[in-house]
Design a protein around this ligand. Structure first.
Ligand code: NAD
Ligand code: GDD
Length: 329
């Protein structure tokens, strides 16, 4: 039986990944600074610990592991990473987790290690035209990410590649492009646009408007978490050891995305574009390399993932409202 460690198992993608590994027959150890709030963590062993502490990394990385998945990071959507107020924490916290996990993997002789990088590492100058962003893997340099979060991801990619070069670690690095889906953060300030828009639509009544940050003409692509987990597993099983995009190529403007969610809800709502943290003007995954190296790329239509996510967020809102009405009684 293969053994894996999932760092960040208390989080969104980590929780889904644990379930996937369990379904494949793995023995799984999870570690996170917090429990998984949606109980989406079926690890055989879950350790509550802070990976900024090298002693925690040394305790969870054991020589019997076949694989490590490093997803622990201080992260969030535009309202968390693009305001500038969390920059020092993001860089400090995430880089310490990466350093400690890699050093422990080297010492224990665990070779295959996955790292979750981000499309945020791509240079801003290639993402100024919302209709024609460039995010091919070979466009990473000259580096000019628009956020410190993106710089940290780029540095950490290099850190994993350096451990690969000098210490025999087999790094598998995916650059995620805005992953969404059930069990993802949907309120509290760290939520990304897909969950935020679903929440706003679910809370609105007919005839009202929902707020969308910016002019709504900025573009993104969004990838449902099931496809993300599929891509992680395929990459881990491959011999490809350079960074590769893991995202959807179905690019959409934020206003059109909001219209899609409104349509799914069946409500009669309008859009109110307001100032807010924006990030890059346009972004889309470029899937030529993943298709070439893995013979696979994500294919689920955006709308199918959004329908599932909208239903789940609507349910979460209802449960929260029910709980608060019971407390008031
Ligand atoms: P998430 O916030 O749900 O999961 C990250 C987890 O890491 C959290 O549960 C958090 O508690 C944990 N963590 C943070 N600091 C820790 C520490 N010091 N010790 C132990 N655990 C710690 O986010 P996610 O969406 O599941 O993202 C997983 C990874 O993918 C992250 O590295 C993130 O940067 C990367 N990523 C995600 C997206 C996306 O759209 N979701 C896009 C690009 C990259
Ligand atoms: N979060 C959020 N909430 N974004 C909104 C909202 C809202 O209510 N309304 C409009 N937006 C806009 C943002 O201004 C931004 O232009 C766009 O929607 C996308 O925002 P996010 O989904 O929050 O982030 P992102 O795509 O810019 O970056 C995310 O994806 C990266 C990977 O592609 C972040 O999660 C990064 O941390 C991640 O690495």
């Amino acid at each position: 039986m293969k053994k894996a460690l999932v760092c960040g198992a208390g989080g969104f993608i980590g929780g889904h990944l644990v379930n996937r590994l369990k379904a494949e027959g793995y023995w799984v150890r999870g570690v996170d600074i917090k429990e998984n709030e949606y109980d989406n963590n079926n690890a055989d062993e879950f350790i509550l610990g802070d990976l900024r502490d090298p002693n925690v990394a040394n305790a969870v990385v054991t020589a019997d592991l076949d694989e490590i998945y490093q997803l622990a990071a201080d992260m969030g959507g535009a309202g968390f990473v693009f305001t500038g107020t969390n920059d020092a924490a993001i860089m400090h916290n995430s880089v310490l987790c990466n350093l400690n996990i890699l050093e422990a993997a080297k010492n224990e002789g665990v070779r295959r290690v996955f790292y979750s990088s981000s499309a945020c590492m791509y240079p801003e100058y290639n993402q100024l035209d919302p209709d024609n962003p460039k995010c091919s893997e070979d466009s990473a340099y000259p580096a000019a990410p628009d956020s410190e979060y993106g710089w940290e991801k780029l540095f950490s990619e290099r850190l994993f590649l350096a451990y690969q070069k000098n210490h025999g670690i087999e790094a598998r690095i995916a650059r995620f492009h805005n992953i969404f889906g059930p069990q993802g953060t949907w309120d509290g300030g760290r939520e990304k646009a897909p969950a935020a828009v679903c929440r706003k639509v679910a809370l609105a009544n007919d005839g009202e408007s929902i707020e969308i940050w910016g002019d709504g003409l900025q573009t993104r692509s969004f990838l449902i978490v099931d496809e993300c987990v599929e891509g992680i597993r395929r990459l881990m099983n491959s011999e490809f050891s350079e960074p590769v995009n893991l995202g959807s190529e179905e690019m959409i403007s934020l206003n059109d995305f909001a219209k899609m969610v409104i349509d799914i809800s069946g409500k009669n709502l309008t859009i109110n574009n307001i100032p807010g943290p924006l990030g890059v003007r346009g972004r889309n995954s470029d899937n030529r390399l993943i298709q070439e190296k893995l013979g696979w790329a994500p294919s689920t239509p955006l709308r199918a993932g959004v329908e599932k996510t909208y239903d789940w967020i609507s349910e979460q809102i209802q449960q929260k409202q029910l709980k608060s009405s019971l407390v008031e009684m």
